[in-house]
Design a binder for this molecule. Structure first.
Ligand code: HAM
Length: 448
């Protein structure tokens, strides 16, 4: 064996078996065993929001870095520390989207959605990227269920978005949740609050971490995002943002709380909930999983708020908006941990096609296609050859019937239909196979 050769990419070519490669830190595979949880979460999300007139949108995974710097704010942790940013071959600074809202607001402006009937209600699901320290429930590639309502300033829309987030989680099977809610006011009230908070913090500046010292001067509200426990404990006696709200912001918040009472959703007023993104105005909220009495936890499954200035900040006309995003990984992890029963309604199999011997295997390709073309929910077992293992598969899939084709059936122009519950098998003519299966499925439903 000669010296290892280097390829263009710098990877050494050696004769020996190579070290197995691993996924990038904080990025994970979603394996086939977990797909049922993902389907359950996404299907419930789509089914829950469907009557409310939301339309699906997809925006590019890569956007100009400036979009997030302007939209989310330079001093936020997301922009200053967590973005996957690089310069492309044309010298442009691009970023893997760390969230949906800024990209959706950009699309709203760029694609002239302000000329549509307002509000425009959009939803999205898909991957996002943040370079955070990976730990339980925190990944560098993660996915969200996102809802945005753009073009309506009425507080009932805030309440509706919160209600939908609550309802989605209930339908998914997570019941022990609580809404944390606050108002961060409009830029005027926030300006007043930031000054009050900055002077409160100046007396404690020697006890703040280096980051918070900078934050307290530039954008004091961001001190609430600090993960350092000492900084958090200094905030215990901080002035309350609610006291700085102007009359309009105060009224907006009051009306939302009235709607929440009307909807009987459990909520908690949390004056420290400023959320780590600068675009919020007025309402901010998070959805926390509270766990059980025996195992109490506080885990943010989602968060959102109103962002009445974002569209204008990104170059559009002044347009009020509100939205929320739920983290899919956190929801799926909980479903598994809490052993919550999930339905696999779209996965049900009515028929398994079983083939025995080479001739039957060959014919079964066409027969299977014909079964599917006729709208029958079926699966095949071409990778298996013994009758025993194929029948076991039919049981595992919960199939109601097995269609069995062996050498004899191919030569006779017939097929066997086996009722998986009773074990009774009947011979049918191959050219009547489809109506015979359909009739049995119809009767099966009636018998149930
Ligand atoms: P966010 O609070 O940054 O808000 O994220 C929402 C949810 O996404 C979190 O509550 C969490 O469940 C999940 N999440 C965030 N980061 C990670 C991570 N590193 N790993 C796993 N899950 C994560 C937003 O993104 C706003 N855009 C929400 C919004 C929509 N506001 C208005 N419209």
């Amino acid at each position: 064996m000669g010296r290892p050769k280097k390829t263009k990419t710098g990877v050494k070519k050696v004769g020996k078996r190579k070290n197995p490669l691993q996924s990038v830190r904080g990025m994970h595979d979603i394996l086939p065993v977990d797909q049922k949880y993902w389907d359950h979460v996404i299907n419930n999300f789509v089914d829950t929001i469907d009557p409310f007139g939301f339309q699906k949108i997809e925006t590019p995974t890569l956007e100009r870095t400036e979009l997030f710097a302007r939209g989310i704010g330079d001093e936020t942790d997301i922009v200053s520390k967590e973005m996957f940013t690089f310069t492309d071959k044309s010298g442009d600074s691009l970023t893997l989207r760390p969230e949906w809202t800024a990209g959706i607001a950009r699309a709203y402006i760029e694609k002239g959605m302000s000329s549509l009937s307002q509000p425009v209600k959009l939803f999205a699901t898909g991957p996002l990227f943040r370079h955070e320290r990976p730990q339980s429930g925190r990944y560098r590639q993660f996915h969200q269920l996102d809802l945005e309502v753009i073009g309506d300033k009425n507080p009932i829309i805030d309440a509706q978005v919160i209600f939908l987030a609550w309802k989605i989680l209930q339908n998914i099977g997570l019941k022990d949740i609580e809404i944390q809610i606050n108002s961060v006011g409009c830029p005027e009230c926030r300006h007043e609050y930031n000054s009050a908070l900055a002077s409160f913090l100046s007396a404690k500046k020697n006890r703040l971490c280096a980051d918070c010292k900078k934050r307290s001067k530039k954008n004091a509200l961001r001190v609430f995002d600090c993960k350092n426990e000492k900084c958090q404990s200094l905030l215990n006696d901080a002035p309350d943002i609610i006291d700085s709200l102007c009359e309009e912001c105060h009224n907006h918040f009051k009306i939302i709380l009235e709607y929440m009472d009307e909807l009987a959703i459990p909520y908690n007023l949390n004056s420290k909930l400023v959320r780590g993104l600068d675009y919020y105005t007025k309402t901010t909220f998070e959805i926390w999983y509270k766990g059980s009495k025996e195992k109490p936890v506080e885990l943010a499954l989602g968060g959102g708020g109103r962002y009445d200035n974002l569209v204008e900040l990104l170059g559009g006309r002044p347009t009020p908006a509100v939205g929320i995003a739920l983290g899919i990984e956190r929801i799926v992890d909980l479903l598994k941990e809490e052993k919550i029963n999930i339905s696999e309604k779209n996965k049900k199999t009515d028929v398994l096609l079983i083939q025995l011997g080479n001739l039957a295997k060959k014919k079964s390709l066409h027969i299977f296609d014909n079964i599917l073309e006729n709208g029958i929910k079926a699966k095949e077992a071409l990778h298996k050859s013994s009758i025993k293992s194929q029948l076991r598969l039919a049981d595992n899939l919960g199939a109601k019937f097995a269609v069995i084709i062996g050498q004899k059936e191919v030569l006779d122009g017939t097929a066997l239909i086996r009722n998986m519950q009773s074990g009774i098998q009947e011979i049918v003519s191959a050219d009547k196979l489809i109506p015979e299966i359909k009739e049995r499925l119809r009767n099966y439903k009636k018998d149930k």
